[in-house]
Design a protein around this ligand. Structure first.
Ligand code: FAD
Length: 469
């Protein structure tokens, strides 16, 4: 009898335990992706990026004699419908660990099992199952370093090869057309501007990983904080959709470390930050939507998403060069350098005293590497409301940070056209990317700061002290 392989954030053929298990059952395998309410809830750029990822995956599956069946609707109902149509007796999938998925998947598994269908979930999205990492007293970790110490020595299973052939059924169930789904339809800037910046599909991710461990990883520790440099792996985008597995990344980094690459351990530590994000999301699901530390509920954040300061922040027009360069980088490339994420986050939540969830939502709409756990953890970290957060009095100064991490102005020149006689294409692309309704042109004057680095810092510290922090 056929096995349904329910794909979600595991859009790859190598190191795919659920796919290997489905093939090992011996019968036909029917890969299916369901456009359910969780997919419909995605922000614009993540939805658009998902559509492109599905297109690449469908071709890869064809290469091993299979197909990708697309259906929309409630996931359980779709799976049950396919079971009835095809006579499948088993459904397999890779586990996802954010609360919305876990709740839904548990319900799906229970119902399918009650109906006598073998429903089996597999690892593959994480290196370490969140529930297997425990403190000595059986609790979970709230702080990163002990978490790292708990996992660093663990062995990570060697990545699995892709099946040479994925047997299909005699008659394939019908599939909806990907183009009809119009995923990320609002992404007007996508094709012209963002597309060339993507790292799309499994093959591209593998190639990038190989190049990264061959070269930049050695300098990773020293260079990773300089936003103008290509010093980091850029793998967050394929990791977010599972186009590459964390075990593949881990093993490549580990090998580089054994071979003496100086920056490799720091890189592995960063990969484990992603694990830590899911560890926290698993144990404290409210991290995704509410202040992790409840005492922050009383803090008088600015909560209007249409506030002129928020608009200026989103539009890369705050007059603070580091912030604006970074916001434009995200709008044009779908990604933003990690240091820049911290700077724009700090500016929004501290200088502009704005609720971190407004930033979280904008990132979730613009990032092609959007990840629910990493995004929430990152925002709560900068806001100071998270578990292992920056202390409230640590207000990044976006001016001195720029002097330190972009000393030659390469990053700001790349993204801010105003005032340059010959702005680079990247900076001009931003003007092509933004909606007409923003009313911006490359001839505009660069704005004066809406809140200066110093005033913002004073305001933030004052606000915190007033709340007794
Ligand atoms: P590298 O430096 O090459 O690191 C390798 C991998 O480690 C990354 O691909 C990523 O999977 C993981 N990693 C590195 N740093 C972190 C971190 N701080 N938290 C979690 N995982 C990490 N990352 C996302 O993947 N998606 C998001 O939506 C996201 N939102 C963020 C929001 C804020 C406010 C902040 C401060 C950080 C956010 N991050 C997010 C984390 C980090 O900025 C990105 O993972 C990183 O910039 C990706 O670039 P890279 O792949 O070149 O990373």
């Amino acid at each position: 009898a056929p096995t349904l392989l329910w794909l979600r954030r595991d859009l790859r053929l190598t190191d795919h335990p659920a796919l290997c298990a489905a093939v090992a059952r011996g019968g036909p395998v029917i890969p299916v992706f369901v456009r359910d309410e969780l997919v419909d809830g995605l922000g614009t750029a993540p939805a658009w990026r998902l559509g492109l990822g599905l297109e690449v995956l469908a071709r890869a599956l064809e290469g091993v004699g299979s197909r990708l069946i697309l259906r929309s609707g409630d996931a359980l109902a779709v799976l049950q419908g396919l079971i009835a149509e095809t006579g499948a007796r088993a459904v397999m999938w890779s586990r996802c660990y954010d609360p919305a998925y876990m709740e839904r998947d548990a319900a799906v598994k229970k119902t399918l099992k009650e109906q006598g269908v073998a429903a089996q979930s597999y690892s593959g999205q994480l290196l370490f199952e969140p529930q297997t990492v425990e403190t000595k007293t059986g609790g979970f970790y709230r702080v990163y370093t002990p978490f790292w110490n708990a996992v660093r020595g663990r062995s990570v299973p060697v990545p699995l090869a892709a099946p040479m052939h994925v047997p299909g059924p005699q008659v394939w169930p019908s599939s909806e057309a990907l183009s009809d789904w119009r995923l990320g339809a609002g992404m007007r800037r996508g094709v012209d501007v963002v597309r060339p910046h993507l790292l799309l599909g499994e093959a591209a991710a593998q190639k990038r990983l190989a190049e990264f461990v061959d070269g930049p990883i050695a300098q990773y520790k020293a260079r990773r904080d300089f936003p103008a440099e290509a010093a980091t792996s850029g793998l967050s985008e394929p990791l977010a959709l599972g186009e590459i597995s964390p075990a593949q990344v881990w093993h490549a980094g580990w090998r580089a470390m054994q071979e003496g690459a100086a920056g490799a351990e720091t890189f592995l530590k960063e990969v484990v930050w992603r694990e830590f994000a899911y560890h926290l999301a698993y144990h404290t699901p409210h991290m995704l939507t509410r202040n992790w530390r409840q005492e922050w509920d009383a803090f008088p954040w600015q909560t209007d998403p249409e506030h002129p300061h928020v608009i200026a922040w989103k539009q890369g027009r705050t007059g603070i060069r580091f912030v604006d360069a970074a916001m434009r980088e995200m709008y044009v490339t779908g990604r933003m350098h990690n240091r820049a994420r911290m700077i724009v986050g700090s500016y929004l939540t501290k200088h502009l005293l704005t609720d971190w969830r407004i930033g979280q939502a904008w990132f979730a709409d613009c990032l092609t590497d959007w990840d629910p756990a990493a995004n929430a953890m990152g925002w709560q970290w900068v806001a100071g409301s998270g578990p292992d957060a920056a202390p409230y009095f640590r207000v990044f100064n976006p001016v001195t940070q720029l002097e330190k991490f972009d000393p030659k102005g390469a990053y700001t020149r790349r993204w801010l056209a105003e005032g340059q006689t010959n702005p680079p294409q990247t900076a001009l692309d931003w003007f092509r990317a933004v909606p007409l309704s923003w009313g911006l042109t490359a001839q505009d004057r660069y704005p004066a700061p809406i809140v200066s680095a110093e005033d913002g810092r004073k305001r933030a510290l004052h606000a915190y002290e007033n709340r007794g922090f």
